[in-house]
Design a protein around this ligand. Structure first.
Ligand code: ADP
Length: 404
């Protein structure tokens, strides 16, 4: 093997090029191929291997065979035995193996050069190069090799740092989210609790005799706020069960048009500030669904219409196409600005403009979406600003073979 490495200025330029490649790299795997190409201009080798520690063992993590090393016999020549010596001696080692075989088979005489890769005092791996059939490594080869190894160690060290920082940032984000969660939840729980405590304390005052209407009015408020608290706690529990995937769905074969009619009748009986019209275009719409959870979705949508579009006429439409049942819940209230249409399905998201005037927790639509997703369906919102809000749900129709 003649000396095919660079000389003079070209050599220095390659050193600079390798240095700046390492300095500017953000991803180890992406730069290794270029780094190997540049290294080969500095030291001729057939095989190039970076060993890294993995679960207490050194494993070849990046390896490239070029030149003679590409041949079959050389596939195994990654210096496995040699690596133990490097780590034991903890320094640059040069070694030549003589494997018995035909004299002229250069592949049988690998020349190894290897060095530990370290982060500070810790050895994290080793760099090994192999030349088949020599020549021996010159002083310049050793220096270049040391230079390459130092740069690889630097690259690996930075990679570890970047990954550590990512992990810390991830943890910080999680802590922040948990903190926000606790703050939101405590605030939402405190509001009804504050009313209950306030009105109860007032009623219990011994210096005042409350007349019966006032007494009943205050008890009514306490009753409402206790319901709200109950609803909030149920929503919180549902949302965390949905998030962890532990909310049980009791799927049954249902005739959606019948179920929907029942649900709407029930809603209309509750004290809601909307008129509901049910438009069923197809009868006998069969789906596999949990009736209680589906009821929760429609209660929520109708309740929202009542809160955000009071006095509105709400149309609930049911149609089907070949594969899906399609349900729409449409009101003619103030609608939802385009920027918020997707966000309203996020946990705790509330449109800033309505946040102050209408009470809520921002959990309702999140729960609706999770329930619909658990039925393999989809829910989305549409609104021409100022022209009401429309919630669109699709759910797969029960296929004949699924029917019980
Ligand atoms: P909450 O009602 O407790 O705030 P939701 O998740 O049910 O939580 O709704 C999220 C937000 O979506 C609401 O705060 C409201 O701003 C908006 N929204 C929901 N339904 C409607 C509607 N029918 N019309 C206008 N805005 C709505």
């Amino acid at each position: 093997m003649g000396d095919r490495t660079l000389s003079g200025k070209a050599f220095i330029n390659t050193l600079f090029e390798l240095s700046s490649l390492v300095l500017q790299a953000d991803n180890v795997s992406e730069v290794i191929p270029t780094l190997i190409d540049l290294s080969r201009k500095l030291v001729i080798f057939d095989n190039f291997v970076i060993y890294l520690e993995e679960n207490g063992e050194m494993r070849p993590s990046y390896a490239r065979a070029v030149g003679r090393g590409r041949s079959k016999e050389a596939d195994v020549a990654w210096g496995e035995n040699f690596i133990e010596r490097i780590l034991e001696d903890d320094r640059l080692i040069v070694h030549q193996d003589l494997i018995k075989g035909p004299e002229d088979d250069r592949l049988k005489t690998p020349f190894y050069i290897g060095i530990p890769l370290r982060h500070g005092k810790n050895c994290v791996g080793a760099l090994v190069m192999i030349r088949f059939g020599g020549p021996e490594y010159s002083d310049r080869d050793r220096q270049s090799f040391q230079f390459i190894a130092d740069h690889i160690a630097q690259l690996l060290e930075r990679d570890v740092l970047v990954r550590t920082i990512d992990k810390i940032e991830g943890n910080q984000r999680m802590w922040k989210m948990q903190e926000n969660f606790v703050a939101t939840v405590s605030h939402d729980l405190r509001t009804p609790l504050g009313f209950i405590k306030g009105y109860t304390t007032t009623l219990l005052r011994e210096d005042t005799d409350w007349d019966v209407p006032t007494f009943r009015e205050f008890l009514g408020i306490i009753d409402d706020e206790a319901d709200r608290l109950q609803e909030l706690i149920d929503n919180l529990l549902d949302s965390s069960r949905l998030q962890s995937g532990t909310l049980q769905m009791n799927l049954q074969t249902l005739q959606l048009d019948v179920v929907l009619r029942d649900m709407i009748q029930r809603s209309q009986l509750r004290d809601i500030d909307v008129t509901i019209d049910l438009e069923i275009e197809n009868q006998g719409v069969m789906v596999k669904a949990d009736p209680t959870r589906l009821g929760q979705v429609f209660d929520n949508l109708i309740n929202n219409a009542s809160k955000y579009a009071p006095g509105s006429r709400v149309v609930v439409k049911l149609v089907k196409d070949e594969d899906n049942a399609i349900i729409e819940v449409i009101d003619d209230g103030p609608g939802i600005d385009g920027d918020h249409l997707e966000k309203i399905f996020q946990r705790f998201y509330r449109v800033p403009e309505t946040r102050m005037s209408v009470r809520g927790s921002g959990l309702g639509l999140y729960i609706c979406r999770q329930i619909i997703l658990a039925h393999n369906g989809k829910i989305s919102a549409k609104s021409e600003n100022g022209n009401g809000a429309a919630f669109h749900i699709t759910m797969p129709l029960l296929q004949d073979e699924e029917a019980e």
